[in-house]
Design a protein around this ligand. Structure first.
Ligand code: HEC
Length: 308
């Protein structure tokens, strides 16, 4: 009783910690795993119920037999036990001639003293054999004749496709996170720049000052840059950081959108000349003039020359 109580308490105490574990590691159980867990539990419970029923039945039987023996004794008769269905079946399953009858089964031939018994196979063995034959036929028909069930390779391919589709769906649901230093663009939307400012004040101001004028980190408001002043240079510096100089990589902490916003915000600080700003460091960065496709112009020119 006491033991039971303790084990129940133990199980109860383990459940919340398990669910905490599940939440803490964002551990999700897919439907297949749930199926196996539920089936496993059902099986265990079924086995337990079966075991208990067998014990109860045995108890009942001994009780009934005792009663019957008592009744027989009262009448002065001897109790003749009827063969149970189970022992009848057992005998049927193991129906082969016993050792005592061997003499009748020995075949005539004799190879250097080795003789052969003509006993038949135990029925349980034969039935098992028939079952495997039936299984083989069903298997062949299902997998190779009617193609109703997938073969290993098809199953593998379909599972891989399923996983690919799940992955694509997961990626599609992510907020657009395909921004990197190669395709980052300058955002001009005020709301996004405000978000960038918020990130800057929260994470960057302790080293770069809220004004961007610089402290531990360099001045971000001038035209001189240690690692380049284009949007993609700034994005890359924030993303990979300069760990040996005390500027960490922000990739694990900020999303690509957040890094894009804060990079754009930094560019808006250019030329603000905040008081107490640090002296310029690095090289002068002159933004490339966006010239209207000069390559094409020269191409038309050259054709013009050629046609002359
Ligand atoms: C712990 C201090 C620290 C924090 C916090 C910090 N930085 Fe820096 N940052 C530095 C230092 C130091 C450098 C200069 C690295 C070097 O010398 O190469 C730097 C360099 C930079 C540069 C390159 C400047 C140049 O001249 O090329 C950018 C851009 C920058 N930081 C942006 C950020 C942003 C955005 C954040 C917040 C998300 C941030 N930093 C947070 C210390 C910091």
């Amino acid at each position: 009783m006491k033991q039971k109580l303790i084990s129940t308490l133990f199980i109860l105490s383990i459940i919340p910690s398990l669910s905490a574990f599940a939440q803490g590691t964002s551990f999700t159980v897919d439907s297949r795993t749930t199926f196996f867990i539920v089936t496993g539990f059902t099986l265990i419970i079924a086995i337990l119920v079966l075991a208990v029923s067998i014990v109860v039945l045995q108890l009942l039987r001994t009780f009934v037999r005792q009663q019957a023996e008592k009744l027989a004794a009262e009448r002065g008769e001897e109790l003749v036990e009827e063969e149970s269905a189970w022992s009848k079946m057992w005998a049927k399953l193991n129906d082969f001639r016993p050792m005592e009858e061997e003499r009748e089964l020995v075949l005539d031939h004799n190879y250097d003293g080795i003789r052969e018994l003509d006993n038949h196979l135990p029925p349980w063995w034969k039935w098992l054999f028939y079952v495997t034959i039936i299984f083989g036929v069903v298997y062949l028909a299902a997998y190779h004749v009617f193609d109703t069930l997938p073969l290993q390779e098809e199953e593998y391919i379909s599972q891989m496709e399923e996983a690919d589709a799940a992955n694509a769906a997961r990626l599609a649901n992510l907020p657009e996170s395909n921004i990197d230093e190669n395709n980052v663009t300058l955002v001009e939307d005020a709301a996004l720049l405000a978000k960038g400012q918020q990130i800057f004040n929260l994470n960057c101001a302790q080293c770069h000052k809220e004004s961007g004028g610089g402290g531990i980190g360099p001045n971000l408001t001038d035209d001189y840059w240690l690692h380049g002043g284009s949007i993609s240079d700034i994005y890359k510096t924030i993303k990979v950081g300069v760990p040996e100089k005390g500027m960490i990589s922000w990739e694990p902490l900020l999303s690509p959108e957040q890094m894009q916003n804060v990079s754009s915000y930094i560019i808006t600080l250019k030329g603000t000349n905040p008081p107490g700003a640090k002296d310029p460091q690095g090289e002068l960065y002159v933004p490339e003039e966006v010239t209207p496709e000069p390559a094409e112009e020269s191409a038309t020119d050259s054709t013009a020359v050629a046609t002359l």
